[in-house]
Ligand binder design. Structure first.
Ligand SMILES: NC(=O)c1ccc[n+]([C@@H]2O[C@H](COP(=O)([O-])OP(=O)(O)OC[C@H]3O[C@@H](n4cnc5c(N)ncnc54)[C@H](O)[C@@H]3O)[C@@H](O)[C@H]2O)c1
Ligand SMILES: [Zn+2]
Length: 682
């Protein structure tokens, strides 16, 4: 026996303390401070030391235990069969070594040995006990021997059968599996928490574990959790299944979800091939996996192999590269999105995360920067999973350099210098530049030209991108200065299509006030609101001068929309753009809108069924522009239905109510007649 020198003893002691602390944060608080890779490195180092100096092994060493002791607040429940951890393999060599080890021990041929492979779901392990087909207990893994009784919480999961399906239940069944959260659900839940100041989780695993350990099951019920079974720990009486894969099929019959990726393969080659293939699929699965679990498929052989201290000998976890890494935050830039939303983007020291080099990560918004307490120069943990944008999840404050700098959220748009506005109840700050802002210009132009706005035929998305990239178009007003000759020099633009576009632009100049207001792309001003604004104010000038109070008097306009409209028209750039459009020849009949009473004043309309020629919103906007109220259901006798094929059942009821029912073409005819000012046709 070698005598460990004091520095090794110290190192072991320090590692144990660090790992104990990490376990507590990870398993009890669901708020890890170390990345898994750092944790795994420290654990491996401790294992190395202990292997070399067995006299240093203490019974409570993190190498000898799994998980952490149950937290207060839940009943402690002892597992009849311990819930262990798994040994790890970090590369293909270690996988081959595992197959050889197993085969040697069993004295069989490794090449033909069957292994059942499944994704290693990255969530929280739980055990479910069924007596005579009914769920009686649900328990967390805890420290492997004792877990937390969370039965009421687990009962809220739709994927956990409260009663087994079928008729042939065993007297006793204990099923084990993983509770997980899908990427999309996780992101949505975190987004909501960011908005409402709730708890934001670092990753789906922490979110799943944290959601399961809520003292109030109603909270768990609101969390998008799924259970997937991967083991039957006890079946009494034993049904005599020969293999793990056969048992999984039985669990499916009982009503459990098992992995769709589950597959039986043979020998080291089969195992390695499976791991490679799943590794390639990892990013497209939509949920987190941190590797592959490989199990000897034959249950008799499993029993023969048995267990070591904290893991079975018959299984191994092949670990994929970690989805969290630490790196340095070099700078923060502010990007302007389609709706003007300003997103702080962290510029990172490039780092490889699960096989992809990451140099940018989102910081979401100003509140998120506060929540993380992040500064420029900090060492941060970032996470990249699937096709979700990489995010900064944590700051390692202990590494903060002396020259770390505060992140200052800009007050003006970095692209167009317009004022950035942030409404009190919104988490997102936005550039108020609208059409003027280059970053928003492409999307705004697409909206401006769209069918329900100015309806410019032949001005497609690709062409708009080109025009903006060439800098031919600064504001929508520039569209009307385009000449056919110049357009014809663009790739894929012939002489004919150039002329057609110029003609379409000319035609689009004659529009309506509601269409014009809608085309401006003011936030939250859709067709119906645009129509209401036009009808209420009558002229563009009156609308542009309206204060918030006046705006709030408009039908369907609340404080938020009023603020958007007001801010938009206060921006000098927007006023200039509007003037330029008018100078370019845009016009509409103001008197018609101004004059009341409008043809349908006092009428209530109901739109039902589907229309081919327009959307329901469009129909609603056009009716409202004519002074009609558009209701959601059939109530008034003056109601008229626009009937599509889908509306069959409602039609008879409407007829019973004594309202007139018209089909789509009649509706269109009348609408157009009214819009021409011929109220008699109604
Ligand atoms: N960041 C930290 O501070 C910190 C702290 C503690 C642990 N950890 C991480 O936790 C992991 C170790 O935790 P562990 O001991 O729970 O081991 P593990 O999670 O690596 O493996 C065992 C677990 O795998 C799960 N599993 C998923 N799919 C499975 C399947 N198909 N079949 C069988 N089991 C399946 C089970 O829940 C089982 O409990 C490491 O990755 C470590 O990095 C991190
Ligand atoms: Zn801007």
């Amino acid at each position: 026996m070698t005598h460990p020198d004091p520095t090794i003893q110290d190192e072991a002691k320090r590692l144990r303390a660090e790992l104990d602390d990490a376990n507590h944060r990870y398993y009890v608080l669901d708020e890890p401070r170390l990345t898994d890779a750092d944790y795994d490195r420290k654990l491996r180092r401790l294992q190395e030391i202990e292997a070399e100096h067995p006299e240093l092994v203490t019974p409570d060493s993190p190498t000898q235990r799994v998980g952490a002791a149950p937290a207060d607040g839940f009943p402690e429940i002892e597992h009849a069969v311990p819930m262990l951890s798994l040994d790890n393999a970090f590369d293909e060599e270690e996988l081959a070594a595992f197959v050889k080890r197993v085969a040697d021990r069993l004295e069989v041929d490794g090449e033909s040995l069957a292994f059942c492979c499944e994704p290693k779901l990255d969530g929280a392990a739980v055990s479910l006990v069924y007596e005579h087909g009914a769920l009686v207990a649900g328990v967390t893994r805890g420290d492997g021997r004792t877990g937390e009784g969370i039965t009421s919480n687990l009962k809220t999961l739709k994927s956990i059968p409260l009663k087994l399906r079928g008729r042939e239940w065993p007297d006793l069944l204990e099923v084990r599996g993983e509770v997980t959260m899908r990427h999309a659900d996780f992101e949505a839940m975190n987004d909501k928490a960011r908005e409402e100041g709730g708890k934001v989780f670092a990753n789906p695993r922490n979110a799943a574990a944290g959601s399961l350990r809520q003292l109030d099951p109603r909270i768990t019920d609101k969390r998008p959790l799924e259970f997937s079974a991967y083991q039957a720990a006890r079946i009494e009486p034993d049904a005599g299944d020969a293999s793990h894969s056969a048992l999984m099929a039985r669990l499916r019959e009982f009503g459990f979800r098992t992995s769709a990726e589950l597959q039986v393969v043979h020998g080291a080659e089969g195992v390695i091939e499976y791991c490679r293939t799943l590794g390639e699929k990892r990013d497209s699965l939509g949920y987190d996996i941190d590797g592959v679990v490989i199990k000897v498929d034959d249950l008799r052989l499993q029993r023969e192999l048995g267990f070591v201290a904290r893991a079975p000998r018959w299984a191994i976890a092949f670990k994929f590269p970690a989805q969290e890494q630490t790196t340095r935050l070099n700078d923060v830039e502010f990007q302007v999105g389609r709706t003007g939303a300003i997103t702080p983007v962290a510029r990172l020291e490039p780092v490889s995360v699960a096989g992809v080099t990451v140099s940018n990560a989102t910081l979401h918004n100003a509140d998120e920067i506060d929540r993380l307490g992040v500064m420029i120069g900090d060492t941060v943990a970032i996470r990249r999973a699937g096709d979700v944008i990489p995010q900064v999840v944590r700051v390692q404050e202990e590494y903060r350099p002396d020259d770390a700098r505060q992140i200052v959220f800009p007050e003006r748009c970095p692209v167009c210098d317009s004022q950035i506005e942030r409404l009190e109840d919104e988490a997102v700050a936005r550039c108020s530049g609208g059409l003027y802002c280059a970053a928003q210009r492409k999307e705004a132009l697409k909206h401006f030209a769209s069918r329900r706005a100015l309806d410019i035929e032949g001005l497609g998305e690709k062409l708009i991108d080109q025009l903006v990239e060439l800098d031919w178009i600064q504001t929508p007003a520039d569209l009307f200065a385009l000449e056919a000759e110049r357009l014809a020099t663009l790739p894929r633009m012939g002489e004919k299509s150039s002329q057609n576009l110029v003609a379409a632009l000319e035609k689009a100049k004659a529009t309506t006030l509601p269409r014009f207001i809608f085309a401006l792309g003011i936030r939250e001003v859709g067709e119906a609101t645009a129509a209401n604004l036009a009808r209420h104010f009558g002229t563009l000038e009156a609308l542009m001068e309206a204060g918030r109070d006046a705006l709030e008097k408009v039908e369907d306009v609340g404080p938020i929309v009023a603020a958007h409209v007001h801010t938009f028209f206060q921006q000098p750039h927007n006023r200039e753009t509007i003037q330029a459009l008018i100078d370019a020849g845009l016009r509409w009949e103001e008197t018609e809108v101004e004059a009341g009473p409008t043809p349908l004043e006092g009428q209530t309309w109901v739109l039902t069924g589907t229309m081919e020629s327009m959307t329901r919103d469009e129909g609603k906007a056009r009716l409202q522009a004519l002074g009609a109220k558009v209701a959601g259901s059939v109530s008034k006798k003056t109601a008229c239905l626009v009937a599509g094929e889908a509306a069959g059942s409602k039609l008879t009821r409407a007829e019973q109510l004594g309202v007139e029912v018209i089909d789509e073409s009649t509706f269109l005819e009348r609408l157009e007649a009214w819009e021409k000012g011929d109220a008699q046709n109604g």
